[in-house]
Design a protein around this ligand. Sequence first.
Ligand code: TXE
Length: 454
Amino acid sequence: MLVKNPATDTVLTTLAAIELDDLQKMEVDLHKGQKKWAQYPLKERLGHVVKFGQLILSHKQELAEILTKETGKPISQSINEIQGAQNRIEHLVSNAERWLSTEHVTSIGATQELVVYEPLGVIANISAWNFPYNVGFNVFLYALVAGNAVLYKPSEFATLTGREFEKYLHQAGVPEDVFRCVIGDSRTGQQVLDLSLDGYFFTGSYKTGVHIAQSVAHKLVPVQLELGGKDPLYVTEDVVDVQQAAVSAAEGAFYNNGQSCCAVERIYVSDKIYDQFVQAFIDEVASYPVGNPMLLDTFIGPLTREAQLGVLQEQIQDALLKGASLRLGGHIIDSSGYYHQPTVLIDCNHDMSLMREETFGPLIGIQKVSSDEEAIQLMRDTDYGLTAAVFSSNRDRAMAILKEMDTGTVYWNCCDRVSPNVPWSGRKNSGLGSTLSSQGIRAFVQPKAYHLRQ
Ligand code: TXE
């Protein structure tokens, strides 16, 4: 399996995908290891995860360079992700005991009713490349703390980072037969589906997510899917500061080169401030330094996957054909890497795939609207349901709009943010189940109800 640097289209290294018999041996080991790991006191499991977090932080620079080299993520954003992902560990330290301890529900007469939360067993985490720390920690750290063993299959575009997770988890005292990183691409991922595991936790595309869910359905084990999105952002005419709204929306659309499940993927603007917003938005995006992701001031690096360049070009051509106007960028950058100009199209409409299909790149469409009713109708016109944002000075007005959204997360005067304190969930084609919050902690256990009569 070739590991390439998307900034230069050169080969970083070649890795051998795991052989099937080694994968099957690993499964047996993990089942054995999990039985012992589940007997560790919760505090001790938490202690190993905290130690892991400390090791990651103490190697932050080196790990950021690995992440940038294999995904093209600008180094400042790699450092931010590694630093920011620590909040998952803090969340576990503050909440795991509360949500995983035995619940003494009732004690009436001679009868007591308890709930014990038992680990699922050995779970597969088939993961993604765009935020490997965030989307990985959301799953495998919560799974480990709950007493599960983890078979972790990183994306083929973030394999080097996946190997670092395994190295530092083992150094932190997580036994080798409790966490293993599996090297391989979709073929290996497919082989993981045939193992007898106790849960499948996936982050990636809708298509692959549905395939995984269908493939393991007969096992009747928990399946969680964190998939893509087509997240809308609506700016009303009463925003306090149009410029600030434009800056926030631009960052939400172009951070990590737009390669984020909760990136702003389409923007609706009141006709009363449309021209002012568009100009402020374009000025902001035009100011983003594009270039070598290893340089600290780069904001836009290469796309991680070369194939996405074609997707962006198709969406741009389709939109122009259907009446959009190109106001910034529009072209693949002639370089050795997978670079695309940050691109802004305006006067868009919902006939365009740009306003309906996931873009997952540095490209955004803006559409004018004349009322909240029109904005709500357009924001709801999607097969996805991850996040939706409204920028307005009026909280009641924003809350009334957000109430109409069929999404797992909504934002008022912010966007593109994930917090471990509240559930992270997708609806419709954006996913199944919740990670983070108490729901994310309980996602990796199964309740056993005890009815005890003295
Ligand atoms: O996803 P894939 P990719 C979306 C986004 C992006 C698209 C493709 O739209 O453009 O997914 O990204 C493994 N059986 N998101 O190619 O193909 C694969 O090896 C088992 C949104 O990364 O779904 C990898 O480990 N496993 C998402 C993982 O699935 C299989 C973040 C994801 O690969 C498999 C990333 C199979 N048949 C992409 N085929 C988010 N929520 O942010 C592939 N895999």
